[in-house]
Design a protein around this ligand. Sequence first.
Ligand SMILES: Cc1cc2nc3c(=O)[nH]c(=O)nc-3n(C[C@H](O)[C@H](O)[C@H](O)COP(=O)(O)O)c2cc1C
Length: 188
Amino acid sequence: MSDRFTEYPLDKVHRLFEPGPVVLVSTADEQGRANLMTNGFNMTVRHSSTIALVVGPWDHSFSALRATGECVIGLPGRDILETVVDIGNVSGADTDKWERFGLTPAPAATVRAPLVSECFANVECTVADDRLVGDYDLWLLRIEKAWIDPAAPAASEVHHRGDGTFSTNGDLIDLRRRMTKWEALTRD
Ligand SMILES: Cc1cc2nc3c(=O)[nH]c(=O)nc-3n(C[C@H](O)[C@H](O)[C@H](O)COP(=O)(O)O)c2cc1C
């Protein structure tokens, strides 16, 4: 595990995904070869346990995820956004993207896929349910462990607008006092 990270509570992991981040999916195939892909189709499904990701057979990463049932989801900030886009435009079938893009793998605690040291957060996952993969390329992932850089500014994630343009976050609007039914979600 990289010195950059401290453990992030599982019941807060939904906060990383609810804003709709563009993410990196890190896998390691059965021979231990690590790969990275870019992903914009992701969502929280259960607050502390489940994330959904679209990873299709057009991605080289698909076969490693299928074979090992494991991945790490890295959350990149603005500082590596150009690299994140380039990673989504190159295949791991013929390129070692870690090497090519100068990213640093760090050992995860529960899966063989590495953490991405340059991301501000990393979430270790295993496949919880693949029943929707055949029809929708949709993987339901169990959250095993999560890590965050405590020094990263809040709301560091970046958003893909679906057309090759991206946005960072604007004003933060604090409506925690209106979350009366969901007060537990607003606690630190
Ligand atoms: C901004 C962006 C978002 C993407 N989102 C997804 C996605 O949600 N699901 C997916 O299967 N591919 C997505 N891709 C495409 C993969 O990242 C791309 O196919 C990549 O080359 C896969 O790498 P691999 O073949 O080494 O696995 C996205 C690409 C970009 C640039």
